[in-house]
Design a binder for this molecule. Structure first.
Ligand code: SAH
Ligand code: SF4
Length: 382
């Protein structure tokens, strides 16, 4: 018999996996629920603190298992209460997680990949290339550490994270299995008890994965649209060449149909000056979406070093919003939070060790000093 010296990290185990783990070590399955509650509900990583677990089992667990959260490289707290963590993942890259408080609601924006292979033309994560898929414990570890950072008082029933959006770095549908497993832990009663409607996956449109999502989980969906026709979307979101608007929107509709009548698709639309912000784009979008119950969230472009795009004026954004509203849509404009800590969409820098050399090309071409240049960016608030 070979004895493994690598401890199993219990942090990323779904209930099913944890039960299997306890089976394997000859313990009762109900231990899974007990231990999960300590880890996720109370944010505990020390087996000795798990007081309803027998001392013998605690000692056994100390030898073969661990609860290992991600390594936090830095934590920034904005004057508006927004928090941002830079977290190191096993591949050596770093990803970012952002917490945004809004009254009673606390939204955590989670990363799913280190970098992104899809290279949308207005996204700084895309410019950094792709490095790795995050493991389940690296994904769930972001919510675990966010809850813990509010000094333990806020764990249990008073947890600060009430909503989760998969809108950090990476394309969640391209890390399908790990993202789905982590989302199951988020909604689990012994995990984070996040209601399914308060858990949102945002995608740029990986149709084959979207087609199978409802077989695995029923959470809210945001489609990153950004253009009302294929010609423009091909330029902004290159994956559109593979999965064009018609089949993408059909896939979204099929997914939404599985959620029932009351749930609406959210359309995210990053607004780029003189590119997709004209009234004719709004009119085209109204036509495109006419049979799809949805709400629309306009995201003013957040600039990054040497990007050729600009943010439209507030007037242009409001005009666009009003035109969509006239057609009956619920249209919001995303406000920038955490300006002083660069926590906005498209501002997440991370530290990606690029496998595609895209970031190297970008950084050499533009002589970008990533950290310094990012700090100099000032964002306007609407
Ligand atoms: N890959 C997924 C989720 C991560 S991106 C997706 O694309 O949906 C989260 C959101 O931020 C997306 O809607 C994306 O289009 C938007 N975004 C990316 N870069 C941006 C920028 N520079 N300014 C404003 N929004 C940006
Ligand atoms: Fe990837 Fe989303 Fe950025 Fe596109 S917008 S490059 S899919 S993270």
């Amino acid at each position: 018999m070979t004895i493994s010296t690598v401890k199993s990290n219990l942090l990323g185990m779904t209930k099913q996996k944890m039960e299997h783990f306890f089976d394997l070590i000859g313990e009762k399955r109900f231990r899974a629920a007990q231990v999960m509650k300590w880890i996720h509900y109370f944010g505990i990583d020390d087996f000795d603190a798990m007081t309803n677990v027998s001392k013998t089992l605690r000692n056994k667990l100390k030898i073969i298992a661990e609860v290992r959260g991600p390594e936090v490289v830095s934590e920034d707290i904005s004057s508006d209460g927004t928090r941002k963590w830079l977290v190191r993942v096993a591949s050596g890259s770093c990803v970012e997680t952002v917490y945004i408080p809004q009254g009673k609601r606390g939204t955590l924006c989670i990363s799913s990949q280190a970098g992104c292979a899809l290279d949308c033309s207005f996204c700084f994560t895309g410019k950094q290339g792709f490095n790795s898929n995050l493991t389940v414990d690296e994904i769930i570890g972001q919510i675990w550490l966010a809850n813990k950072s509010f000094s333990g008082v806020q764990t249990g029933v008073n947890r600060v994270v009430t909503n989760v959006v998969m809108m950090g770095m990476g394309e969640p549908l391209l890390n399908f299995d790990n993202v789905v497993a982590a989302m199951h832990l988020m909604i689990d009663d012994f995990g984070y008890c996040i209601p399914k409607r308060r858990l949102t996956l945002s995608t740029s449109g990986v149709v084959p994965m979207l087609n199978k999502l409802s077989e695995h989980i029923n959470i809210s969906l945001t489609l990153s649209l950004h253009a009302p026709n294929d010609k423009l979307r091909n330029q902004l979101v290159p994956i559109n060449k593979k999965y064009p608007l018609k089949i993408l929107l059909e896939s979204c509709q099929r997914y939404m149909a599985t959620l029932g009548n009351k749930r609406m698709l959210t359309i995210a639309y990053t607004m780029l000056k003189d590119i997709n912000d004209k009234i004719e784009h709004a009119v085209e979008m109204i036509e495109l979406l006419k049979n799809i119950p949805c709400k629309i969230n306009l995201i003013p472009f957040n600039p990054f070093p040497y990007s050729s795009y600009e943010r439209p004026s507030n007037n242009a954004i409001r005009r666009f919003q009003n035109r969509l509203r006239q057609a009956g849509y619920n249209v919001t404009i995303r406000t920038t939070r955490g300006e002083d800590i660069d926590a906005a969409c498209g501002q997440l820098v991370g530290q990606i060790i690029d496998r595609t050399s895209r970031s190297e090309n970008y950084i050499t071409m533009h002589k970008v000093n990533v950290t310094k240049d990012m700090q100099q960016i000032t964002l306007n608030q609407i």
